[in-house]
Design a protein around this ligand. Structure first.
Ligand code: AKB
Length: 326
């Protein structure tokens, strides 16, 4: 990777992946783009940042040409719950955005990273130890765009030789940028509620078990896959990657080890519950281990400890700032 373009750089994974790429390859070699104007607090001021709508193919082409990038981390996408609310927009952004990226990668010789998701599976998929290759009949619009995206990336590799690579991410947990409209968002919201209010009203059922991953692992996985020896990759797109798997009840119990007065109540959102019920409980990620040495570093206990510490520190800073300003 010589020069990198990131789409969706203001999103939950975008903020941290862009920072990690800058740390690794140098600030001058990473161009961040996003549909929104950049959020001042989350990206450092010296970021090279441009506004870009990935549906605008000529603008994307110009960006790739002007920046002379050779690798695109294509993160711009709508998540599962918001895609159910806006299906036409989700199809437009997730599919037309991806094909625009693949086309410009084909004509300009770029490699492409495309994140798929546990959402690419459906109710017919084996839910424990979900195999790398298995039944994929998702019922959510988001899932349909993710399976289609996996296939499209495979197509561009086999037909045109574009170096496409991707991961099936679980729910991602982070404190630097908030997720926007996913089914697994509860596993981020719960930490803020715990620190601020000692109570959380959860929108998924107490026993809903899903794969999850802490953001440092998600970022490391993307970079490691893109750096892997191409000759060793049999699957290329859509590697299952797992780190931990838990229910809201188990997450709450882990938080209570640090905050014993924390309580949770349940007010189920039927749309997000139906999506979660159709997703696997735990993926088998042995292909990722074997082909490019994937290994998660954070389990549930380490994630909860770090999330609570980080959020507590930032809340104290906010309070300190507000106090000092008076
Ligand atoms: C979502 O909940 O939509 C995402 C995902 C698991 O892909 N976090």
């Amino acid at each position: 990777m010589k020069k990198i373009l990131v789409t969706g750089a203001t999103g939950q994974i975008g903020v941290e992946l862009t920072q990690a790429l800058r740390d690794k390859y140098g600030a001058a070699y990473v161009v961040a783009t996003g549909y929104n104007h950049r959020p001042a607090s989350e990206l450092p001021q010296d970021f090279i940042f441009y506004r870009l709508d990935v549906r605008d193919a000529p603008a994307l082409k110009k960006m790739v040409k002007d920046t002379q990038c050779d690798t695109i981390f294509h993160l711009a996408s709508l998540l599962s719950a918001v895609a159910e609310a806006k299906p036409m927009e989700a199809w437009d952004i997730n599919m037309n955005g991806l094909i625009n990226v693949l086309e410009v990668a084909r004509t300009h010789g770029c490699a492409v990273f495309f994140p798929s998701s546990i959402g690419a599976f459906g109710p017919g998929t084996p839910s424990f130890n979900t195999p790398q290759e298995t039944i994929q009949r998702p019922q959510s619009l988001y899932g349909i765009t993710k399976v289609s995206g996996e296939l499209l990336c495979d197509y561009y590799f086999h037909r045109y030789g574009v170096d496409t690579r991707g991961l099936r991410y679980p729910g991602l947990i982070s404190y630097k940028a908030m997720p926007g409209g996913g089914t697994t968002d509860y596993a981020v919201d719960i930490f803020y509620a715990a620190v601020k209010n000692r109570h959380y009203d959860c929108f998924l059922r107490t026993d809903t078990q899903l794969d999850m991953m802490y953001m440092p692992d998600a970022v490391a996985a993307a970079i490691k896959l893109m750096e892997a020896d191409s000759a060793k990759l049999k699957h290329r797109n859509a590697f299952n990657v797992a780190a931990m798997s838990f229910t809201p009840e188990q997450l709450a119990a882990e938080i209570q080890k640090h905050l014993p007065d924390f309580t949770v109540s349940y007010r189920i959102d039927p749309v997000r519950q139906a999506i979660a019920d159709s997703w696997p409980r735990h993926m088998d990620d042995s292909a990722a281990h074997a082909e490019w040495g994937w290994q998660a570093q954070y389990d549930l206990a380490a994630t909860v400890k770090d999330m609570l510490e980080q959020i507590t520190v930032s809340e104290q800073k906010i309070k300190g700032g507000a106090y000092a300003a008076r």
